[in-house]
Design a protein around this ligand. Structure first.
Ligand code: NAD
Length: 373
């Protein structure tokens, strides 16, 4: 296991609103464990984002915090939003803080793993044998496509009726960089990439196929590349999800398919994610790690939220920003053993398991880490 004396890994921690601060507290205990045991150290800076930043500074993300994010190796993000800020003008809403971070860091690849821990296989809406030990990764293009393409808008036609327009647009460069992320990931996994599109009815989908094939042939010949139409992929995800390793797709299809895949795992409180930007000269990418869930205002401050999605986001950070695969395994195995021992927060409670608080779930993860390290 890598041992590091210095702390040259700069991490900006942004807990945010609602349950964000309480779940991030448990993540920071894991960070502290790594440091204390001399396994890996991090230079941590904490900042405000979302409603918390608005309350302090009148904006959901200050320029100073943005500069810190841009200068960091990785950002660990909690969650933002809540009823307190819902009546604010659009530009001042907590969610704008996250959107601005994504845009300024140019985070174009969104990684959403769908992993089913054996102990939770019964929580899925699918039969246990279809999802037990599932481990797939959806790579969604995040900054292009139909959500951003021009022309867009609602126009009035000569006959007075209205027409709504959005445009799917992708350049070769935009497709290539996200396909490369998918192939790099597959190299460290089971070596398979499935590119998903609607090439049968959309020209942009045809370009996705061509570019994916070119990238593959030029630089990733050992990867098994396949193609699938998005409607078929939706069916296959619920019919036989274990056939997939890495799926790479556009912003729109990724949005829908990643939510579908998420539900195979049965719980929002377990789902981590990463968003990656371009690699610099040293090969390191800008990156933001966050749970898929929101700020859960209905349970905020009650010490009942599940911190595991955030702890697993930290483990993704170890793996993808710092190449600390063994350390990431250590965290994931601690989660696996805590679940196997029947320790559960309320959202993943099952018969014959023990309901614990956020803090006690953190205690359990730390105990498992201590035992394994
Ligand atoms: P949500 O994900 O916050 O909550 C949905 C339901 O899941 C709630 O009942 C909540 O209690 C539960 N839940 C979520 N995370 C949990 C956890 N870790 N442990 C236990 N239970 C958990 O979604 P929502 O209710 O639609 O949105 C609430 C707020 O969060 C809104 O202001 C929304 O804009 C914001 N939001 C933020 C993000 C983000 O920060 N990335 C993402 C989604 C929603």
């Amino acid at each position: 296991m890598a041992r590091t004396a210095g702390s040259n890994r700069k991490v900006l921690v942004l807990p945010g609103d609602g349950i964000g601060p309480e779940i991030m507290r448990q993540v920071l205990r894991v960070v502290d464990f790594f440091d204390r045991r001399g396994i890996a150290s991090f230079a941590i800076t904490e900042g405000l984002v979302g409603g918390a930043a608005y309350d302090a500074d009148g904006t959901p993300l200050t320029d100073a915090t943005l500069s810190q994010a841009l200068a960091s190796d990785a950002v660990l993000f909690g969650s933002v939003g809540g009823p307190k800020w819902e009546s604010l003008p659009f530009e001042l809403r907590p969610e704008r803080g996250l959107l601005r971070l994504r845009k300024e860091m140019d985070l174009f690849a969104n990684l959403r793993p769908a992993v089913v821990f054996d102990a939770l296989a019964d929580a899925s809406s699918l039969k246990r044998d279809l999802v037990a030990d599932l481990d797939l990764m959806i790579v969604r293009e995040l900054t292009g496509g139909i959500y951003f393409g021009d022309p867009r808008g609602i126009e009035t036609l000569p006959d007075g009726s209205r027409r709504g327009v959005n445009t799917e647009v992708y350049t070769e460069a935009e497709i290539e960089r996200v396909v490369r992320v998918a192939c790099d990931l597959a190299r460290k996994r089971r070596g398979r990439v499935c590119e998903v599109d609607k090439a049968n009815v959309m020209e942009s989908g045809g370009l996705w196929r061509e570019v994916a094939q070119q990238v593959h042939d030029a630089d990733y010949p050992e990867i098994e590349l396949s193609f699938m139409y998005a409607d078929n992929c939706a069916m296959q995800l619920v019919r036989n999800p274990k056939q997939f390793d890495v799926i790479v797709t556009s912003n729109l299809f990724g949005d829908i398919l990643s939510d579908c895949a998420a539900m195979l795992t049965g719980s929002l409180g377990m789902l981590p994610s990463a968003s990656l930007g371009a690699a610099d000269e040293s090969g390191r990418r800008k990156a933001l790690y966050e749970p898929v869930h929101g700020s859960a205002p209905d349970i905020a401050g009650q010490d009942v939220a599940n911190p595991l999605a955030s702890i697993l986001s930290f483990s993704m950070m170890l793996r993808y920003s710092f190449d600390l695969a063994e350390e990431a395994d250590l965290v994931e195995n601690a989660v696996r053993r805590a679940l196997a021992a029947g320790v559960r927060t309320g959202d993943i409670l099952q018969p014959n398991t023990a309901r614990v608080s956020t803090r006690v779930m953190g205690d359990t993860i730390l105990r498992e880490l201590e035992r394994a390290a």
